[in-house]
Write a protein that binds this ligand. Structure first.
Ligand code: HEC
Length: 150
């Protein structure tokens, strides 16, 4: 965590410690470290064939976190295998397009995409479409991107 950005050397009546405590909430939000989306690679099969890579949006990630709990944790955790694989690191190994297609049209992915087919051989269960729209799927992707930066 980076607490001491601009004020460490400035003259101030408050101690550095007090000042840092006051500034921490906003600063950590703005500066939460996120890695970039994967640029190159398999985009999968489905409705998403391009994706506009935008700067990290923490509000979107929070929406995604809530949706993930309701729609995905029956089969997935971020850190542990469940019915489906642990999702930690997924944004570092799959393109955003691939992940969105997997969320939105897993049936097509599992029928036609070589990477999804290979993955499914290690799992007894099957990824199911959870009836999300594109924006909702993108919010979950943003949440996974945030988790991957931890
Ligand atoms: C009914 C169980 C189930 C549900 C619900 C489910 N998944 Fe899956 N998911 C799987 C399984 C099983 C796989 C592995 C591929 C296969 O065998 O279908 C998988 C694979 C994935 C992958 C690919 C992981 C990798 O390592 O490449 C992603 C991403 C994913 N799921 C995201 C989600 C998200 C996000 C949700 C919630 C919207 C969700 N899944 C809901 C079972 C599920």
């Amino acid at each position: 965590m980076v607490f001491c950005i601009t004020s460490c050397t400035s003259e101030n009546s408050k101690s550095d410690r007090q000042k840092n405590q006051e500034e921490t909430p906003d600063k950590t939000k703005e500066q939460a470290p996120v890695h970039d989306y994967l640029m190159e690679g398999n985009k999968g099969v489905g409705t998403i064939n391009q994706f506009e890579r935008k700067p990290f949006d923490s509000r979107l990630a929070d929406q995604g976190n809530k949706l993930f709990i309701v729609k995905c944790t029956i089969c997935h955790e971020v850190k542990e295998d469940k019915i489906g694989p642990a999702l930690y690191g997924v944004t570092k190994k799959r393109t955003p397009e691939w992940i969105l297609n997997m969320i939105l049209t897993p049936d097509q992915m599992l029928a036609k995409d070589p990477d999804a087919i290979a993955l499914s051989q290690s799992y007894d269960g099957m990824m199911t479409a959870m009836g999300l729209n594109e924006q909702e799927a993108k919010s979950i992707l943003e949440y996974l991107r945030k988790e991957d930066a931890k």
